[in-house]
Design a protein around this ligand. Structure first.
Ligand code: AHR
Length: 673
């Protein structure tokens, strides 16, 4: 076996030695346009995992603002400046039944101030000169000062909050930060003896994305905007299912006044062994209305996914009996009315009351996350029938299970091909980079007349550490040439997960990393953005010559993770290393060619636009690469792997370029008409 292994690798190296010298010839037939590219081909998948929502995209700076964590005063501390008093958490006569806990300050002697401080999500980050909006629901006879203090206790600004009186009242103020801070805290301070009850204590930057009051973090949302996603899938992911049924995501809990949205624990608290996050909660401040609004602000289509009466099939496996699904089905019908109904309809009126009388124009709805098995197929058709009966124009996303090519996936496709109705089938692939290279052609032979595919969650998992390396990104890019080439049947695709907060992650790799102050895109982020930004409208046939079939060495990390034999399913004995897709972009009047070199050495490629009458024009070439396939971005080097744009004068309908090792090149050549 060992000798066989050595022989295989020697053969590979022998082939490699020649391969770099063989020029690649790409012929794009511009006179024979293929199919229209799905306008929704590239989107984003949002899930509240890795602190993606609370503490992340949702710009709220106070953690545990409603005292609903099981550890009720988590993130809160008592402030006592020479006084005497108590801080307790109470439930009698709460703000409302959905928000049962609140904090009570009982102050016998205020000294120089007695109160509560919130330290946010690992500190509150402030920008000098910017405004911060404070709001509190309060009851009692004490006026308060809301003060923002930096990590040394130095006040950076404050506002006064009047004594609320005997009934719950919303108090509001604005604080302008006199200085920057990374680990500030919000202090609510009383300066007289008495009693006051506090709930829904909130601090927001005024400067949010599109200046939405109490909206989303401007820098994180801008990263999404820069990708130009065609759709956003939300709210997940497994969070839709819940660890058990009571923990599932229920969209009706996430709309209306934030004080009336019941909180839920986040199923990613303990989903992964050894990575528990016991204080990870969902305030639902970033709820369905906000998701729809964000989609509108990003100019992308909303794609909500709903629970179908099934909790996580890896965990509790709880099921709602099929004769008790009515409330779940009704939730789906009501959601369509909430999104699209007239403002005079019951749920359309709820949307209008939140400030959006116009419909959101939702056209696609998912039923179940990555569900599988007969249990799913006993439930999904019930939803399908009810939705289509009332809203025949809604396209339904249906699950093919957690992976592809396994038993669950086969059962699902047997069902769809055997008569179970399906519009768009959601497939998930979390596999090693090698798998993505091998599967760049997986849809070439797929029947064209069945349901379309949503490559709904994918990411190349590079070795045990699952670093978002250039290697992983290049493999994803190779795979995406196949999605584009087959975008008559691949309707949509999205990388997953989207966000990761440093120090608070449950899952790797992720597309966008952030902390309270910084953000960067991984190499994979740039791949997604390049494909989305330059998505052509029509495909063009491509012929590749000289991209020899090679046997690339199996990376040591994959040997460790997936087995020593290079001839495993993850490592066939032959594989191309140059991947190409091309098209015509009618909006920008240009030809677009995506070229991926997954080989460890540069390759010279000549791209000929056959049939194009090219005269002098300015082409644009964007290259994503780095010195080493292991390279990855970080807070310290956020653009180590980042696209580089060059202009190039082209005189003929052909361009010769060196494709760097481990690279994605996007060639854009103006259409001469
Ligand atoms: O993206 C992370 C998780 O992967 C999603 O929540 C789930 O759908 C899949 O298993």
């Amino acid at each position: 076996m060992k000798r066989f292994l050595i022989a295989s690798l020697s053969l590979a190296f022998a082939l490699f030695a020649r391969a770099a010298d063989i020029p690649v010839r790409v012929t794009v037939d511009t006179a024979a346009p293929g199919h229209a590219v799905s306008p929704l081909l590239h989107g984003v998948f949002f899930e509240d995992i890795n602190y993606g929502a609370d503490g992340g995209l949702y710009a709220e700076l106070v953690q545990n603002r409603s005292f609903e964590h099981t550890e009720s005063l988590y993130a809160w501390g008592t402030v006592n400046r020479g006084g005497a008093g108590d801080v307790t958490v109470e439930t009698a006569e709460p703000l409302n039944a959905k928000n049962p806990h609140y904090a009570r300050l009982t102050i016998r002697d205020a000294g120089k101030g007695f109160g509560l401080a919130n330290s946010g999500f690992g500190g509150i980050a402030l920008k000098q000169g910017e405004n911060y909006l404070v709001s509190v629901r309060a009851r009692g006879d004490l006026a308060l000062r809301a003060v923002i203090e930096d990590e040394t206790g130095r006040p950076l600004g404050e506002c006064a909050l009047e004594a609320p009186g005997a009934a719950w009242k919303k108090l509001e103020g604005t604080i302008k930060a006199s200085g920057p801070a990374s680990h500030a805290r919000l202090v609510l301070l009383a300066t007289a003896a008495g009693r006051v009850d506090l709930d829904v204590v909130s601090l927001f930057p005024e400067n949010t994305f599109k200046q939405r009051r109490h909206g989303v973090r401007a820098d994180l949302a801008q990263m999404l905007a820069d990708m130009r996603p065609a759709f956003m899938r939300f709210p997940g992911g497994c969070i839709v299912e819940g660890k058990d049924l009571p923990n599932r995501y229920q969209w009706k809990d996430t709309i209306g006044d934030i004080a009336e949205r019941p909180q839920n624990w986040n199923r990613w608290q303990d989903a992964i062994r050894g990575q528990t996050a016991p204080q990870y909660y969902q305030t639902y401040g970033l709820g369905f209305f906000e998701f729809f609004q964000l989609c509108e602000d990003l100019g992308c289509a909303p794609v909500p996914i709903l629970n179908c009466g099934m909790a996580c099939q890896y965990q509790s496996k709880q099921l709602v009996p099929t004769d008790q699904l009515d409330p779940f089905v009704q939730d789906a019908l009501d959601l369509i009315e909430f999104a699209n109904g007239s403002p005079t309809s019951p749920w359309g009126a709820r949307r209008a009351a939140m400030g959006h009388p116009e419909p959101f124009g939702m056209k696609i709805l998912g039923v179940g996350n990555e569900q599988w098995g007969e249990e799913y197929f006993a439930r999904y058709p019930i939803f399908h029938a009810a939705i289509k009966a009332k809203y025949p124009g809604i396209q339904i996303v249906t699950s093919a299970g957690p992976g592809v090519d396994d038993g669950h996936w086969k059962l699902a496709w047997d069902k769809f091909r055997g008569g179970t109705p399906a519009d768009i089938v959601d497939e998930h692939y979390y596999r090693p980079p090698q798998w993505f290279l091998e599967n760049a052609t997986r849809y070439d032979a797929q029947p064209r007349n069945g349901p379309r595919v949503f490559a709904g969650e994918f990411a190349a998992h590079d070795g045990r550490t699952r670093r978002a390396s250039l290697r992983a990104a290049v493999a994803e890019a190779a795979f995406m040439t196949g999605l584009l080439r087959n975008s008559d049947i691949v309707a949509m695709s999205s990388y997953a997960p989207l966000f990761a907060k440093a120090g608070a992650i449950q899952w790797q790799p992720d597309l966008i990393w952030f902390d309270n102050e910084r953000v960067y895109g991984t190499a994979s982020y740039h791949v997604q953005a390049l494909f989305a930004r330059h998505r052509p409208d029509t495909t063009l046939p491509v012929k590749i010559e000289g991209a020899p079939i090679l046997l690339p060495p199996l990376p040591a990390r994959d040997v460790a993770t997936y087995g020593a034999n290079p001839l495993t399913p993850y490592h066939p004995d032959s594989l191309p290393t140059v991947f190409v897709a091309a098209g015509r972009n009618d909006r920008d009047h240009e030809f677009v060619v995506f070229l991926v070199n997954s080989y460890a050495e540069p390759r010279t490629a000549t791209v000929e636009l056959r049939g194009a009458t090219q005269t002098t024009a300015q082409a644009h070439i964007t290259t994503l690469t780095s010195a080493n396939a292991d390279d990855a971005n970080s807070f310290e080097e956020p653009r180590k792997v980042a696209p580089r744009l060059e202009a190039l004068a082209v005189t003929a309908a052909s361009v010769t370029r060196s494709l760097p090792a481990n690279s994605l090149t996007v060639l854009r050549i103006p259409l001469i008409r």
